[in-house]
Ligand binder design. Structure first.
Ligand SMILES: *[C@@H]1O[C@H](CO)[C@@H](O)[C@H](O)[C@H]1NC(C)=O
Ligand SMILES: *[C@@H]1O[C@H](CO)[C@@H](O)[C@H](O)[C@H]1NC(C)=O
Ligand SMILES: *[C@@H]1O[C@H](CO)[C@@H](O)[C@H](O)[C@H]1NC(C)=O
Ligand SMILES: *[C@@H]1O[C@H](CO)[C@@H](O)[C@H](O)[C@H]1NC(C)=O
Ligand SMILES: *[C@@H]1O[C@H](CO)[C@@H](O)[C@H](O)[C@H]1NC(C)=O
Ligand SMILES: *[C@@H]1O[C@H](CO)[C@@H](O)[C@H](O)[C@H]1NC(C)=O
Ligand SMILES: *[C@@H]1O[C@H](CO)[C@@H](O)[C@H](O)[C@H]1NC(C)=O
Ligand SMILES: *[C@@H]1O[C@H](CO)[C@@H](O)[C@H](O)[C@H]1NC(C)=O
Ligand SMILES: *[C@@H]1O[C@H](CO)[C@@H](O)[C@H](O)[C@H]1NC(C)=O
Ligand SMILES: *[C@@H]1O[C@H](CO)[C@@H](O)[C@H](O)[C@H]1NC(C)=O
Ligand SMILES: *[C@@H]1O[C@H](CO)[C@@H](O)[C@H](O)[C@H]1NC(C)=O
Ligand SMILES: *[C@@H]1O[C@H](CO)[C@@H](O)[C@H](O)[C@H]1NC(C)=O
Length: 412
């Protein structure tokens, strides 16, 4: 018997959830056969915690999964404060596993594929609904390689192998979990530094149901940590620069400035680029946000301004950013439309439908060659059904669900 099998067997009595030992033995042999000896060691170590056992049970349940598997060099070069901390490493490993069938279902346009991982640690993920797992985004580029997005170190798939329904994408770096906005800007997205400054100067009310108090925080704090579930169309530095004189002209009117920024945000919903395709959403100000795509890219329209999404799917623990090339200078607002939009978003967040394919796959699949969407909008929930055994780890009671009600953020 292989040492790895013995290790699993000796640890198994502690396992809280059913693992398929036959599968896991073959899985470890597949990793070792592909030269992923360090990852094989990590996989055996995972069995010492309930979250790790859950991850192994999930991989071995027979349904299709993708494992982004860091090679030995990737693990050797990874920060020691991750590889040397088993709890942290378990979270990071969960971010490398994407349940679902992704074969023959590459999203056609935009070319980014997103899948929901098994990372649900409430210390690291704060999406709407309180129990949604973090997503991973990847794209094939002109070099014909698959690149994982949102990584400081360009991380590519260097080889592919499989075992049963498990597809193993061997990657050359340990993947990084999305960090908050303040951390993301200086390390990963300098093009957002101008809008970061603007956000710091605009207030938004937050209602906290734990003490029934309303307080004003900056939009920067809201985006950085207080909102759980939002989509922010963030003008890049050039866009902010071009619009600066107009923004300064509004400076005496706080309502107008707030409306302009609210027209860049969908509150209560984290909407990834494939789901935007061909749909309309309501902004936090209550105005229409229209989305179109054509051969030159994906566009968002508010009022009479149309901006191109120049970088989709900048992932945050609590939402998503799509970087755009113009400021959507729309000072209009419709508070009743804003209220009903957030009510819909709140009820949608409470439902967690099954998700077994790329996020937004049904939308992109129905795009005709000219790029406009046809057919139904399909299941755009972007949520994965949590297995009952996961509830214990998610710690639902610890999660805070936040929602904007009538322009005020409610923490329920
Ligand atoms: C366990 O995994 C093996 C190998 O993939 C498979 O043949 C077997 O059917 C699985 N058993 C169960 C109970 O799922
Ligand atoms: C692979 O997954 C499919 C469902 O997508 C299932 O029908 C099949 O039995 C699975 N194969 C294995 C070996 O578990
Ligand atoms: C790990 O150390 C790096 C500096 O080497 C630091 O930037 C990072 O925040 C640390 N990460 C954790 C999870 O402590
Ligand atoms: C796919 O998208 C990436 C950005 O994520 C871009 O760099 C690349 O050129 C695109 N590839 C194709 C074939 O359009
Ligand atoms: C990528 O693939 C296409 C189509 O197979 C091919 O024409 C092109 O030369 C490839 N590019 C590179 C950089 O290998
Ligand atoms: C990719 O994997 C295959 C099969 O495991 C192996 O034969 C090949 O050498 C690998 N290629 C690289 C570049 O590692
Ligand atoms: C984010 O950074 C700004 C400075 O750019 C700072 O004022 C603010 O307090 C930070 N917010 C958090 C939650 O760290
Ligand atoms: C907040 O107000 C609601 C009704 O207005 C009340 O039911 C609830 O107990 C209050 N919560 C706290 C913490 O005071
Ligand atoms: C929040 O700001 C608004 C104006 O922007 C003001 O009317 C309100 O009193 C402030 N609320 C608190 C709790 O400071
Ligand atoms: C401020 O902006 C709001 C929203 O566009 C507008 O309704 C209002 O008339 C403006 N106030 C002044 C004094 O211009
Ligand atoms: C969608 O938004 C666009 C741009 O704001 C608007 O022109 C259009 O009327 C909206 N369509 C629907 C169906 O609401
Ligand atoms: C794509 O749509 C944008 C925004 O409506 C427009 O400016 C651009 O000219 C269109 N490109 C093509 C090739 O139709």
């Amino acid at each position: 018997m292989k040492a790895s099998t013995l290790l699993f067997n000796s640890l198994l009595p502690a396992a809280a959830v059913a693992q398929n030992i036959t599968f896991l033995t073959g899985f470890l042999q597949t990793l070792q056969g592909a030269g992923l000896t360090q990852l094989a060691t990590v996989a055996t170590q995972l069995n010492s915690s309930s979250v790790g056992q859950y991850l192994l049970a999930n991989i071995s349940n027979g349904s299709p999964h993708i494992l982004f598997a860091p090679n030995n060099e990737a693990l050797s070069n990874a920060p020691k404060n991750i590889t040397g901390d088993l709890g942290r490493l378990t979270d990071v490993f969960g971010y490398h596993i994407v349940p679902g069938n992704f074969s023959n279902s590459v999203t056609r346009y935009p070319n980014v594929t997103l899948g929901r991982t098994l990372l649900t640690d409430p210390a690291l993920v704060h999406l709407e609904g309180g129990n949604k797992a973090q997503v991973l985004a990847w794209a094939q580029r002109a070099d014909n390689r698959t690149h994982v997005l949102n990584q400081r170190n360009d991380s590519t798939v260097v080889n592919v192998t499989s075992f049963g329904n498990l597809t193993v994408f061997i990657v050359d770096h340990l993947l990084e979990i999305p960090q908050d906005f303040n951390t993301t800007v200086p390390t990963n997205n300098e093009s957002l530094s101008a809008i970061q400054t603007v956000l710091g100067n605009v207030q938004t009310p937050i209602f906290d149901a734990t003490n029934n108090q309303t307080s004003n925080v900056t939009l920067l704090d809201a985006i950085n940590s207080q909102w759980h579930g939002f989509t922010f169309f963030a003008p890049n530095n050039d866009a902010v620069q071009s619009a600066m004189s107009t923004i300064q002209g509004l400076a005496g009117n706080a309502t107008a400035v707030q409306n302009v920024l609210y027209n860049h945000i969908i509150n209560g919903s984290t909407v990834y680029s494939p789901v935007l395709a061909g749909q309309n959403f309501t902004s936090t100000a209550g105005e229409d946000l229209g989305f179109t795509i054509n051969s030159t890219g994906q566009y968002v329209t508010s009022g009479n301004i149309t901006a191109r999404i120049v970088q989709p799917n900048v992932l945050l623990p609590n939402g998503v950013i799509h970087v755009i090339d113009k400021v959507l200078l729309n000072t209009q607002a419709d508070s009743s439309a804003a209220s009903s939009a957030i009510a819909s978003a709140t009820s949608a967040a409470a439902v967690t439908p099954t998700e077994t394919q790329p996020i937004g796959f049904s939308q992109t699949q129905s795009l005709n060659p000219s790029g406009s969407a046809t057919g139904t909008s399909g299941n755009n929930s972007g949520a994965i059904t949590l297995l009952p055994s996961l509830d214990a780890f998610v710690g639902l009671g610890l999660s805070v669900v936040a929602a904007l009600v009538g322009g005020v953020l409610t923490i329920v």
